[in-house]
Design a protein around this ligand. Structure first.
Ligand SMILES: *Cc1c(COP(=O)(O)O)cnc(C)c1O
Length: 389
């Protein structure tokens, strides 16, 4: 067909574009698609959501998202990865893939808040029983496992109160009763804790944090070693329609290249700051897993190779909430906001006693995310604000 015979709309829809042959460069190309083309009807009929060597529809992935899934699986030490549009969507994906009405799930009492909130919703509206357990329970979890318990969530450390759970002990108890263990591994970025070496079945990441590193993308991932577990995730992913935008995927691919360097820099700065805070009379406890104040410190030493930039402190109980709020408000470099893993330092006060079934410490909890600023400037900022109390 010549251009003369072809209508202009046809020409616009069929530009003379071919991917450049012989062009080689480092970045993964950004492949956008809703429609994915099949070469013939037989190929269309043979499509499968479970087979990642074929493409079915943009919602279920393009070469760009498959590339990121491969890289995340590798970092985590798994074989398979499924992306989701946020970390919380990745939590939902795990719950939808592995739970049904009548099942029971155990969630640690220090879990990421929206994970607990989703659990309460599953119980209220979906006929699933959800029980919250003491994160320091270890092998004692065996006593909580019921015949209908299907899944145990873990999170080590909890991202506000920082207790480090004994994940291998929980996994051993769970597996002896045929129960799956999922880990929210966001704190370690998959760098400082290798979930599958410690018995975890399903690892979940908020790629929003260190993997992106830019405070500008929301994305999540669920990583597994076992193909049957991955197939269940893929079917739930297909049914839920949890697609991701390929421009966002590209940003995470770009962020990943510097993730280890950034993570180590956050880690070193956070430990300097925690050391300094420990010397201050205003601070009763430094809840950083590398400090003995932190429950599970011994487990962290045994199982982890690093810590990243997130930790909390408990103020001496003589300081009121009004005073610790003033402390946070008077910080200049530290901004007030949720999330972490970006370049900017953040600080958030928590009413921890309202978040937990039981909590005995009296001092007010304040969480720091240490960014990539000069650590001396961060210390000076905290110092000026503490001195004003
Ligand atoms: C941020 C976070 C999530 C959720 O990630 P979003 O992408 O913000 O939905 C889940 N778990 C932990 C521990 C997190 O810090």
């Amino acid at each position: 067909m010549t251009d003369k015979q072809q209508g202009s709309s046809t020409t616009i829809v069929h530009p003379a574009y071919e991917s450049p042959d012989g062009f080689s460069a480092f970045p993964t190309a950004i492949h956008h698609a809703s429609t994915v083309l099949f070469k013939d009807v037989e190929a269309m009929r043979a499509r499968s959501w479970l087979n990642k060597s074929t493409y079915t529809y943009g919602l279920h992935g393009t070469p760009t998202s498959f590339q990121l899934e491969g890289e995340i699986a590798q970092i985590e030490g798994g074989n398979h990865c499924v992306l989701a549009p946020s970390g919380l969507a990745a939590i939902s994906l795990v719950n939808m893939a592995f739970l049904e009405a009548g099942d029971d799930v155990l969630v640690p009492d220090n879990a990421y808040g929206p994970n607990k909130e989703q659990g309460a919703w599953l119980q209220r509206s979906f006929g699933i029983s959800v029980r919250f357990y003491d994160p320091m329970i270890g092998s004692g979890i065996a006593d909580l496992i019921l015949p209908n318990t299907k899944l145990i969530w873990t999170e080590a450390p909890g991202s506000v109160s920082m207790e480090v759970a004994d994940v291998p002990a929980i996994c051993a108890a769970a597996h002896s009763k045929g129960v799956l263990v999922a880990l929210d591994n966001t704190w370690s970025a998959g760098l400082a804790f290798k979930p599958f070496e410690h018995g975890v079945d399903i690892s979940m990441q908020a790629l929003t944090k260190y993997q992106s590193g830019g405070s500008d993308v929301l994305m999540g991932a669920v990583i597994t070693k076992d193909v049957e577990l991955n197939n269940r995730l893929l079917m739930a992913h297909m049914r839920l329609g949890l697609g991701v935008g390929m421009d966002d995927v590209y940003l995470v691919l770009r962020g990943l290249q510097s993730m280890k360097l950034r993570f180590d820099a956050h880690d070193a700065a956070a430990r300097k700051l925690a050391t300094w805070l420990k010397s201050r009379p205003e601070i009763a406890k430094v809840l950083h897993p590398a400090w003995e104040d932190c429950p599970g410190h011994e487990v962290w030493k045994r199982d982890f190779t690093g810590a990243g930039g997130l930790f909390s402190v408990l103020f001496d109980e003589k300081y009121s909430e009004a005073q610790t709020d003033q402390f946070v408000n008077q910080l200049k470099l530290f901004k007030i906001g949720f999330s972490w893993g970006g370049s900017h330092s953040l600080c958030v006060p928590y009413r921890i006693e309202t978040m937990r079934q039981s909590w005995s410490d009296k001092g007010i909890l304040v969480r720091f995310n240490i960014g990539l600023e000069d650590v001396e400037d961060l210390i000076a900022d905290i110092e000026q604000s503490l001195n004003s109390l």
